[in-house]
Structures are given as C-alpha cells and as structure tokens.
Design a protein. Structure first.
Length: 120
C-alpha cells in the first residue's frame, strides 16, 4: 500500500481527499510535526517508507534530495493553489501513473499534468 507523509503546507482538504482514496496518510499538522525542519520531514518519510507530498520547491532539488535517497516526493506546483485544481491534478496522477513505482521518484504535479524524474 502507498503511504504518504503530507507536509503542513498542504491544505487539510487534500489530506481528506487522499484518505478518501484509502491511502495511508500521515499529516504533519496532526503528528506534532508542524514547524519541523525539512530534514526531519524527509528523514521521517524515509524511515516510515512514505512518499512526501509538499509545496516546497527545494524538495524538487535532486542535488539536495537525490532520487535514490527517498521513497518518492510529489511536489505540488499549482498556483494559485486552488483545492479543486489540486484534487483534479492528483486524480489525474492516480489514474495515469502506477503509484507502486513512486519509490526513488520525483513527481512535479502541475495543473496541466505531471512530470516524472525516476532513478535509473
């Protein structure tokens, strides 16, 4: 089963959306992780085998977070960050990408689709 760690900068409605899809979702705001350093978040995601979902653009920097160092990162790049647009983009990702292949992958989620960087 795919497990997610959702950063505190992601709206609760998106957490609810993922949970409604029966994903195992840990939310930083609910887990006492609000205000945690980025290193703490990515370390917890690694330890728990979770895909990190975030708006933070530096998580998309593969020099800081090499693809082989995590279980996957979904960087939401939708501005303005309308809930309906984010849900639609996530729904598109779920329909058109094998989520079982998220390990060592960076997904840049955009309104028009998504881009994939995969460890080879």
């Amino acid at each position: 089963m795919i497990k997610f760690l959702v950063d505190e900068n992601v709206p609760p409605a998106i957490v609810e959306f993922l949970r409604a899809k029966d994903f195992d979702v840990k939310y930083a705001r609910e887990s006492g992780l609000s205000g945690s350093a980025d290193l703490d978040l990515i370390t917890l995601a690694r330890k728990d085998g979770r895909v990190l979902v975030t708006f933070d653009k530096h998580f998309a920097n593969i020099l800081l977070h090499p693809l082989n160092s995590h279980h996957g990162i979904i960087r939401i790049r939708i501005h303005p960050p309308l809930i309906s647009d984010i849900r639609e983009a996530l729904e598109n990702l779920i329909r058109n990408f094998d989520l079982n292949k998220l390990s060592q992958t960076l997904i840049i989620l955009e309104r028009e689709g998504f881009r994939v960087r995969k460890q080879h």
